[in-house]
Ligand binder design. Structure first.
Ligand SMILES: Cc1ncc(COP(=O)(O)O)c(C=O)c1O
Length: 422
């Protein structure tokens, strides 16, 4: 196959997101809110629109629109499986990650006995903590915590051997932190859990906008993603290893299907969200075709090449941001700050500026039509460890591959201005 790829082109990439062209009172929008949810790719919108116009019907009927819905959901599951490195019967679409983890924690914990243990991580979003905590309380199970180091913002991998033992039933952790931005060595955690036969759950909701996922290479039992964090619609997309998906007794109404992929989706799913998710994944594949280093052949190769191209661009954004804030006074960055370690983090930056309230900082950004988050983003444990839970949290500035170096420079200039006032 001939190589027809191009160097990264901001203009072309941004044209693939209709929302990026919008203005408010003639001010362009600067979206630095990606960790809370990215903008939606045109390919996702096209699929969403087509599904709702062409086949807005429930599945399983004898007529044309219902049959098109059946075909759409089969295709969406196949594409989502390719995206995760899984098989179509290992993919569960749901409302969002939180509700999916409440659902699965209830099913999984049925087998837990008093005296059993689970390991949760202090670095997780509460969606990967609270459901397991509640289940542990109900079953009389001991909870152990995998802490993180507040200097390096890395997991305390050195404690794994003392946390995980023959009583451990489950180990839950995250691939990349939605607060600190750290990319974690989840394979190391999964391997330690598997050595004692414990189930493993990886929250990839934050990493999936930035890193290609390969569940088979990781070897986990469960892995969560939310398509609205990777250029698609509000939904949950969960990988469940076949053996586990088949073993679990579903929480479902009696007449509903007993087989995957619908066995673990209680009630009518959002068929349109499934189609739109397919479109979001096709966006990543398009990036690979267009900007990948080699001409990719299969859909999986296109997706992986798309992530590689996006990652190279995001690394440049990360380096520019870290180098830009390094000389500024009064900025406390909660995460890896060393430019030479930029590839060890995703472009999600939580910071405080002197005595300025995070909400006041976010409001000042908003006056320039620059969108940044403030608060703790349900990273309840992290905010507690860092002592910012009760004081407004932090300002979170986050980039995706549609952001530009010029946008980073605008944000750094504003931070510089605020930092001298703080
Ligand atoms: C790392 C992480 N995990 C889980 C969630 C929860 O996802 P959902 O909103 O789909 O329930 C979020 C949402 O912000 C997140 O960032």
């Amino acid at each position: 196959m001939s190589k027809h790829t191009l160097p990264w082109d901001d203009v072309e990439v941004r044209a693939a997101f209709p929302a990026l062209g919008l203005t408010d009172h003639d001010k362009p929008r600067l979206y630095a809110d990606a960790p809370g949810g990215t903008q939606v790719a045109a390919r996702a919108l096209t699929r969403l629109h087509a599904s709702m116009v062409n086949h807005c019907a429930n599945d399983g009927g004898a007529f044309r629109t219902s049959q098109l819905t059946d075909a759409g959901l089969i295709q969406a599951h196949a594409v989502a499986a390719t995206f995760l490195g899984a098989d179509p019967d290992e993919v569960v679409f749901g409302l969002n990650t939180t509700s999916q983890l409440f659902n699965f924690s209830r099913m999984i914990s049925r087998a837990w006995q008093s005296g059993d243990e689970i390991v949760l991580s202090r670095m997780d979003h509460d969606a990967n903590i609270a459901p397991w905590l509640i289940a542990a309380q109900e079953r009389g199970v001991t909870v152990r915590w995998l802490e993180f180091d507040v200097q390096s913002f890395q997991y305390r991998y050195d404690t794994l051997s003392s946390l995980i033992n023959s009583k451990t039933r489950l180990v839950a952790c995250n691939h990349a932190s939605n607060f600190l931005g750290t990319i974690n060595d989840v394979k190391r955690i999964i391997d330690a859990a598997k050595a004692v036969g414990a189930l493993t759950m990886v929250d990839a909701v934050q990493s999936v906008a930035h890193l290609a996922i390969d569940v088979k290479a990781l070897g986990c039992d469960l892995l969560s993603t939310s398509p609205y964090k990777f250029f698609g619609p509000h939904a949950g997309l969960l990988y469940v290893k076949r053996e586990l998906a088949n073993r679990l007794v579903p929480l479902k109404v009696r007449p509903a299907s007993d087989s995957m992929p619908t066995k673990h989706s209680p009630g009518t799913p959002s068929f349109e969200a499934q189609c739109a998710t397919q479109g979001a994944i096709e966006h990543m594949a398009w990036l690979g075709e267009r900007f990948g280093a080699q001409a990719p052949a299969s859909l999986r190769e296109q997706i992986v090449a798309g992530y590689a191209a996006a990652q190279a661009h995001e690394l440049a954004l990360t380096e520019r941001f870290l180098a830009g804030i390094a000389p500024l006074r009064n900025i406390t960055l909660y995460g890896i700050a060393d430019v030479s370690q930029a590839s060890a983090r995703v472009p999600t930056f939580s910071l405080r500026i002197g005595h300025l309230e995070p909400r006041a900082v976010a409001t000042e950004f908003a006056e320039h039509n620059i969108y940044v988050w403030d608060g703790s983003f349900y990273a309840y444990e992290i905010a507690g460890v860092l002592g910012v839970r009760e004081t407004g949290g932090v300002v979170r500035i986050g980039f995706a591959h549609y952001n530009t170096l010029a946008e980073v420079d605008r944000i750094v200039a504003l931070l510089a201005d605020m930092s001298v006032r703080a």
